[in-house]
Design a protein around this ligand. Structure first.
Ligand code: SF4
Length: 298
């Protein structure tokens, strides 16, 4: 009997093309719930008006099957690749790149990618090292998970890193997070998710901050010490009074998530990455046989 080979690279490409557009149009339920809950907490008139507009904006995007925001961002993917997945990461990267370009051309979406010095457009949301792909490799598994997080520039521009010293301790971490968000004010389209990365090294702390913003809203770090810091910062950030879109109010952030890594005894890096209210994310699980299972809430 003739064997029919699955075009796994084509499957991943199709999945990426769908993921990017889906993430941009249909926000996860946990974000919808967080925005609705924010509206019940907000007492300032301008703050309520902003939140009502955001909720209405989401409803219009649903009705018209359109984007929740015009800034289609840059596509950032996180891949969890099982050691037995029968497509090499080079093939996965190629599929993600082609899928991103196809989504941009077929929808069509705004093409945001430019050369970082000449500022000339480099293609349909692709270019040198674009899209951005992060990798994790998983033992004893033959599947592939891909999460797509389109990141708008308004919130990505509000990214901050400080190499605190160990003597600064947790106080230094809290102070830097608060200073960063107060300094950002309304620029990153609040209320959103404050992602904090602590430990590791300078580059890894920022990676962890990005990982933190891509978690379902309100999930807590597995380490109870870190989870307590998430609770504390969430409270403190909402006491700043910045409010929705920086117009003043009770709801400055929907959540604060922290990811951490152990670090060198002389290091205490802290990275802050802001995710605007349009916290778009979408995931797909691809099996070794080419079966795909899209997952809105991962
Ligand atoms: S920061 Fe977010 S909500 Fe604001 S314009 Fe950019 S993508 Fe849209």
């Amino acid at each position: 009997m003739a064997m029919v080979e699955t075009d796994l690279q084509g499957v991943v490409e199709d999945a990426a093309a769908h993921l990017y557009v889906w993430a941009l149009k249909d926000i996860p339920q946990d974000l919808r719930d967080a925005l609705a809950e924010a509206l019940t907490r907000e007492t300032s008139v301008p703050g309520r008006r902003v939140l009502e507009t955001i909720v209405r904006n989401v409803a219009v995007a649903d009705e018209e099957k359109n984007l929740v925001c015009q800034d289609t961002g840059i596509a950032v993917y996180t891949c969890r690749v099982g050691e037995g997945f029968p497509l090499h990461p080079a093939g996965i990267y190629e599929a993600l790149k082609t899928g991103t370009a196809r989504a941009t051309l077929e929808h069509p979406l705004r093409s945001n990618a430019v050369h970082t010095i000449t500022r000339e457009n480099t293609g349909p949301n692709i270019g040198h090292r674009l899209p951005i792909v992060h990798w994790e490799f998983i033992a004893d598994w033959d599947g592939l998970d891909v999460k797509c997080v389109p990141k708008g520039s308004g919130s990505e521009n509000m990214s901050f890193l400080k190499m605190c010293v160990p003597a600064d301790g947790v106080k230094g971490i809290k102070q830097f997070v608060l200073e960063s968000i107060v300094g950002a004010g309304g620029k990153p389209c609040p209320p959103g998710i404050v992602g904090v990365g602590i430990g590791g090294s300078a580059d890894y702390a920022m990676y962890l901050a990005k990982e933190a913003i891509a978690r379902p809203i309100g999930t807590r770090n597995f380490d109870p010490i870190v989870a307590r810091l998430e609770d504390e910062l969430y409270q403190l950030l909402n006491e700043t009074g910045i409010g929705p879109m920086g117009l003043g109010g009770d709801v400055t952030v929907l959540q604060c998530h922290i990811e951490h890594a152990d670090t060198h005894m002389t290091l205490n890096p802290v990275a802050v990455n802001y995710q605007c209210w349009a916290a778009r994310r979408a995931s797909v699980h691809v099996s070794a046989d080419g079966t795909v299972d899209f997952d809105r809430e991962a």
